[in-house]
Design a protein around this ligand. Structure first.
Ligand code: HEC
Ligand code: HEC
Length: 859
């Protein structure tokens, strides 16, 4: 009997009705005139009928219930329920049962007039004749396949521009040509202090030091800017900054999620893998293969397996009643959807429960993608770091030495002390009632009268009673149990399951309702998988994603990089390049970047005559973008653009925006001098209001505040507990990390201003900055300028100087009026020779500058 898709409450009724309908069908088959008597032609009678009445819903654009009736293979395979056409047996064919209205509520076509008796007869006769399907000449190209994003990017011709003195590289020609069409001029370059602050923020998420600003401003060589870019790209902080962008996509967090939300103390191994891969400029194709299928690479290293942690960042439900298969299915759905968003920029997840309503992704194809991940299992591998292994080795050696010492002590004791102790014991033991009679008899015998057998028996007995011997023997026996445990460090990885389950369509996305079986396969609208021997694997999928013929991966990736550097992608919907997504503002520029990035274009990112950079190099991509005149423009507001281009799509200027939550924290730490710049390693736990941790499940959230320098590490190292995100991060729009995030929100709320003013972490930074300027400079004027340079990378203007001096004078007075409050404000320790009142005034000045809009803005 066919599976009916009806609300649960109606199931029983439906089954009854279906049984009745089935019986009717059988009757009707007997009664019906022999349909096959009429000679039918597929091309004349059947195909036009299907095309006219069915293909709108069961064709290239939509595959209702997973059924496609415009192509032979699809039609004969059937839909989600199974075969719709059973050649030779029309009565058993779902298609006939539907068109004849035998299944209540499922009359096909559901719109327009019912098929006529003659049309039904033609279908039945054709099926009874064996359902011959003569494929006409090439089927018409599916309409959706013509969507721009499914066309392979081609290196475009560089446009001509009237103005010749502006463009620094091809990017600028595309931007300028468009501006000229709109009769707009680009903005002049930003000044050098702004440029170095912008670049340091974009590439490191940190601030340039006053010395770095000074050196760049003074550098008169023609390639001063390029040298700066290269220096920043070479720093380990580059990897940190761009890893954080990638971690948004990877929905990285340090706990399981769901109610229990157990910690994942070693999730950071994957995070550090990303940092190192980006610092090493691992080509993006390799970066992709290792994260999706590192375990399947030949002779996979531990590092390559750690890379598969990308798809271990899925939530995990460890509640008692949770169904493990349901949880596994949810994780697999998330892996499928995330892969679709991150690499293809498609809302693949919309096809989990029904064929995609807009893009050419059928319900069946969804589960074919799902099948790549369905064969994977979660494996936690021992992954001790070199230092941990060395510490363990040393502990083992110490333990072995201790064991030898214990053995030696026992031997010495037996050799040198045992007989003396026995003699002493014998004196006290004579006549003891507690001893066995045989021993008492020996003791009654004079020592020199005892036979060797008696001596041996006595010595043997003494060994059982001597407490010191017992102590030493026990210590030796128990020593192996105290062997140091191997380091607990475990990497979360994926590996192929030895017994992979078969994959079925989940009818309506319900993992309990199995539809047709499916094999791993990629989307039909995109170029095919390279042929492989046997069932395609995750590695084949990864290779397909970064195959030069794939029209999406490179475009989607360069678009996200552009988004980080301009605040908005060339395609404004980074996760939706489908028909409902935004179209690119500069399609040719997007393709120039994509083909250069993927190494498809022979010119690559050839800038200023340098050799072709290696393909898929993120650093080369970033270098070419930040080197453009477009990127270097001033972000200054231009009133004439307000009406013409309010969203700055045309890029007649740079964009100013607030950097991400983690970077907001880093800015404060960097300016104050508190920042601990160490890269990678276990997470930290900065101060958290006490009642926040209590929000976690059954008081399970243990937030042991980090001490010393650990407190001052970058925001990206803060332990991310999914159910209790660190409040400052949440306030500044950090993603919840439950699903992939391709674009962060940027909200503006009073809570943000209050956090920066009053949160103890930020207040401490203001105190530290106050102390710093007092220590590093001696005159009031020099201190004010220094504070400004540390925070804003520039000198105060004349007006700003006047205001700052006035502010300082007022604060000095105010603090002087209440010494107690002043001491609190100043904090400790006070810089040598500075009064609490003075230090307090500097804290307040620092706090003022750090709360300027400009401080938390990337201009
Ligand atoms: C207006 C859209 C529309 C048209 C036109 C249409 N169908 Fe359907 N078809 C559907 C929908 C929706 C379903 C899923 C119904 C359900 O299961 O609730 C479906 C399901 C089916 C199924 C069941 C497939 C499975 O595996 O579950 C068959 C068979 C089918 N249609 C045949 C046809 C035929 C034959 C025609 C043309 C004569 C046709 N349909 C025309 C919308 C349409
Ligand atoms: C968890 C299951 C599930 C997911 C995931 C899902 N849908 Fe649906 N959707 C349904 C159900 C159930 C219906 C109603 C029945 C139907 O039309 O198949 C529906 C109906 C729709 C409809 C209206 C019906 C029609 O035929 O026009 C649209 C549009 C739609 N979904 C779009 C989407 C989009 C876009 C996404 C992804 C963002 C999505 N759906 C993801 C379950 C889902």
């Amino acid at each position: 009997m066919s599976v009916l898709r009806l609300p649960a409450g109606l199931t029983i009724l439906a089954l009854t009705l279906a049984a009745v309908a089935g019986a009717l069908g059988a009757e009707k088959r007997l009664a019906a005139p022999a349909a096959a008597r009429r000679a039918v032609s597929f091309a004349r009678d059947v195909q036009p009928l299907l095309a006219r009445r069915c293909v709108a819903c069961h064709g290239p654009d939509q595959q209702k219930a997973g059924l496609r009736l415009d192509r032979k293979a699809d039609a004969l395979r059937g839909g989600d329920t199974g075969r719709a056409i059973v050649p030779g047996t029309s009565a058993e064919s779902l298609l006939v049962r539907y068109v004849t209205g035998h299944v209540p509520g499922k009359v096909m076509p559901p719109v327009g007039p019912r098929l006529t008796a003659a049309q039904v007869d033609a279908l039945r006769a054709w099926i009874d004749d064996g359902a011959e399907w003569t494929e006409a000449a090439a089927p018409a190209a599916p309409a959706r396949a013509s969507h721009w994003a499914f066309q392979p990017p081609r290196p475009p011709k560089l446009p001509q521009t009237k103005r010749q003195d502006w463009a620094r590289n091809p990017i600028d020609r595309f931007i300028l040509a468009r501006l000229e069409r709109e009769r707009l001029q680009p903005s002049p370059s930003a000044d050098r202090p702004t440029l170095i602050r912008r670049l340091t923020l974009d590439l490191h998420g940190l601030l340039p030091t006053p010395a770095e600003v000074e050196a760049f401003v003074q550098d008169r060589s023609p390639d001063a800017y390029e040298k700066l870019v290269d220096r920043l790209l070479a720093s380990p902080h580059f990897g940190e900054r761009w890893a954080r962008h990638w971690l948004d996509l990877a929905r990285y967090a340090d706990s399981d999620g769901y109610e229990k939300d157990l910690p994942r103390p070693y999730a950071y191994l994957y995070r550090d893998w990303v940092i190192h891969a980006l610092n090493a400029d691992m080509p993006f194709d390799q970066f992709t293969r290792e994260q999706l299928a590192g375990d399947l690479l030949p002779n996979a290293t531990l590092e390559q397996k750690i890379a598969t942690g990308f798809h271990r960042n899925t939530l995990k439900n460890r509640e008692g009643g949770a169904d493990p298969e349901e949880d596994r299915s949810k994780a697999t759905v998330d892996r499928t959807n995330t892969t679709g968003s991150v690499w293809l920029g498609l809302t693949v997840g919309c096809a989990e429960c029904h064929t995609h309503k807009y893009d050419p992704i059928s319900h069946r194809e969804y589960y074919s993608l799902y099948a790549f991940f369905n064969s994977a299992q979660e494996v936690d591998l021992p992954a001790a770091t070199a230092a941990e292994q060395e510490a363990h080795r040393q502990a083992l050696a110490r333990h072995a030495a201790d064991g030898e010492r214990l053995a030696a002590a026992l031997a010495t004791f037996e050799r040198e002390q045992l007989s003396m102790r026995q003699a002493a014991w014998e004196k006290t033991a004579v006549g003891s009632e507690a001893l066995p009679e045989s021993i008492r008899a020996i003791l009654r015998t004079e020592p020199d009268q005892r036979t060797p057998a008696q001596q041996a028996a006595l010595a043997q007995h003494f060994r059982t009673v001597d407490p010191e011997l017992a102590r030493l023997t026990r210590a030796l026996a128990e020593h192996p149990k105290k062997a140091p445990a191997p380091p607990p460090t475990r990497a979360q990885t994926l590996a192929e399951s030895p017994k992979p389950p078969a994959t079925f369509i989940h009818v309506r996305g319900d993992f309990l309702r199995k539809g047709e079986p499916v094999q791993p396969q990629t989307l039909g609208v995109l170029p095919p998988l390279s042929p492989t021997s046997g069932t395609p694997t995750r590695l084949d999928l990864a290779r397909w994603l970064v195959d030069g013929r794939n029209p999406l991966t490179a475009r989607v990736t360069v678009n996200r990089v552009w988004q980080q550097l301009f605040g908005r992608g060339l395609v404004a919907t980074p996760d939706d390049f489908g028909v409902r997504g935004e179209r690119p503002s500069h399609p040719e520029l997007l393709d120039w970047l994509a083909t250069g990035f993927a190494g498809v274009s022979s010119s690559g990112f050839q800038v200023s005559g340098s050799a072709n950079p290696k393909p898929w190099s993120l650093k080369s991509l970033i270098r070419v973008i930040v080197s453009s005149a477009t990127y270097r423009q001033s972000s200054r507001h231009r009133p004439e653009l307000e009406a013409r281009d309010p969203k700055n799509l045309l890029l007649a200027r740079q964009t100013r925006f607030r950097p991400e939550a983690e970077v907001v924290r880093d800015l404060y730490l960097a300016a104050s001098g508190l920042l601990n710049r160490s890269v990678g390693g276990p997470c930290i736990r900065p101060p958290l209001p006490a009642d926040i941790a209590a929000l976690g499940y059954a008081n399970s959230v243990k937030w042991t505040e980090s001490q010393g320098a650990e407190r001052y590490r970058r925001g990206m190292y803060i332990f991310f507990q999914r159910t209790v995100p660190y409040p400052m991060l949440a306030t500044f729009d950090a993603p919840d990390s439950n699903v992939t995030c391709t674009r962060r929100e940027r909200s503006n709320t009073p809570l943000q201003a209050l956090t920066l003013l009053n949160d103890p972490v930020f207040f401490e930074c203001a105190q530290a900055l106050g102390r710093r300027v007092v220590t590093e400079q001696s005159s009031t004027e020099a201190r004010l300028v220094h504070a400004f340079r540390l925070c804003l990378a520039r000198d105060p203007s004349a007006t700003e100087r006047v205001r700052l001096r006035r502010l300082y004078a007022e604060l000095l007075q105010l603090c002087g009026a209440d010494a107690g409050q002043a001491a609190k404000l100043a904090g400790s320790p006070l810089p040598a020779g500075v009064s609490p009142v003075e230090a307090a005034a500097w804290t307040a000045v620092a706090r003022t500058i750090m709360n300027l809009d400009e401080f938390v803005t990337r201009e």
